[in-house]
Design a protein around this ligand. Structure first.
Ligand SMILES: Nc1nc2c(ncn2[C@@H]2O[C@H](COP(=O)(O)OP(=O)(O)O)[C@@H](O)[C@H]2O)c(=O)[nH]1
Ligand SMILES: [Mg+2]
Length: 300
């Protein structure tokens, strides 16, 4: 892979194989990947982040959203960073058969990514990979991440709209729902609304969120879905679409760019710093007491 211009051209003409190769190239940090990244003409394809606890139905929702987007004659790329997702191999047979439909659809590109021990729980190259995809002329990019650890914080810095999927729980549990998830949502999905108590849950959620959003010009959308029956998907798409319209101001875009730049600088600066190496260095000191933390850190 040397001729970046031609690779970029191929990606632009929707050559999925070139896209897949370019992503691997960047993910593996192969020689020349930095020049390739610099040569990219990155479009403003919106990124839809879907996060939430394991089992909430994120993959099922993603599947239904793909169907909806395709039915609108639009193209969608999906990045999946959830080891238990049906987009990966750990799926039930039924799920896999359903997903395999999309693998043969020319308007859909699905790629699952490993977390590779990244701190935040997303793939360490997620920014670069999504930018490569942004050169390919998709209408949307969906990133599914499991909402544990720091991944939900990371997705906010990356996604134009963040969808948080939760399921109806007993009234008390809603109070203890991670505050983090509350703060990051642009759109709330209460999935598995076929469960008893879904309406009460939505009402509780709405009441809970009201004070937090009284300062906003709009109410936070809460969409009820039954993803497994494709119910509520129109409404979800509409809520996402509206949210994207709202953020089409430069303000949020500059904010997102800042987040990305910050993350990339951080990674660059930390590049040669490896915890195992640090441990070996530190162990060279005879005792813990003989180790001066601040002198040691000064070297960096
Ligand atoms: N009853 C019910 N089950 C659902 C619904 N949506 C998804 N599921 C099921 O919930 C399980 C977890 O779904 P999945 O999409 O893999 O969740 P994820 O871990 O958040 O990606 C699967 O068995 C789905 O078939 C729903 O709306 N109602
Ligand atoms: Mg999943």
């Amino acid at each position: 892979m040397q001729d970046w211009k031609s690779i970029s051209r191929q990606i632009k003409s929707f050559d999925i194989k070139s896209l897949a190769r370019a992503i691997s190239f960047v993910e593996n940090e192969a020689e020349g990947h930095e020049d390739f990244l610099k040569s990219l003409e990155i479009s403003t394809t919106p990124i839809i982040g879907i996060t939430g606890p394991p089992g909430a139905g994120k993959s099922t929702l993603t599947d239904a959203l793909i169907e909806h987007i395709v039915s609108l004659q639009k193209k969608v790329a999906v990045l999946c960073i959830d080891p238990s997702s049906p987009f990966n191999m750990g799926a039930l047979l039924g799920d896999r058969i359903r997903m395999s439909e999309w693998y043969n659809n020319p308007n859909v590109y699905i790629r699952s990514l490993a977390t590779r021990g990244s701190l935040g729980g997303l793939n360490p190259k997620i920014i670069e990979i999504s930018d490569v995809i942004k050169t390919a002329g998709f209408d949307y990019i969906i990133i599914e991440t499991v909402g544990v650890g720091q991944s939900e914080i990371e997705i906010v810095g990356l996604a134009d709209v963040t969808v948080v999927a939760i399921v109806p729980e007993a009234g008390d549990e809603i109070q203890t729902m991670k505050a983090g998830l509350m703060e990051i949502a642009d759109v709330f999905v209460v999935n598995k609304s076929d469960r008893p108590g879904a309406d009460a849950f939505v009402n509780n959620l709405r009441q809970m969120l009201a004070p937090a959003f009284s300062t906003h010009s709009h109410e936070l959308p809460i969409v009820k879905t039954i993803a497994s029956q494709k119910k509520g998907i129109d409404e979800l798409y509409y809520a996402i679409f509206n949210s994207l319209e709202r953020i089409s101001t430069n303000e949020k875009k500059f904010h997102l760019l800042t987040e990305k730049v910050w993350t990339l600088i951080l990674k660059k600066r930390m590049k040669d710093i490896d915890k195992m190496n640090l441990l070996q260095e530190i162990k060279k000191h005879s005792t813990v007491n003989a180790f001066n933390l601040y002198e040691f850190v000064e070297k960096f």
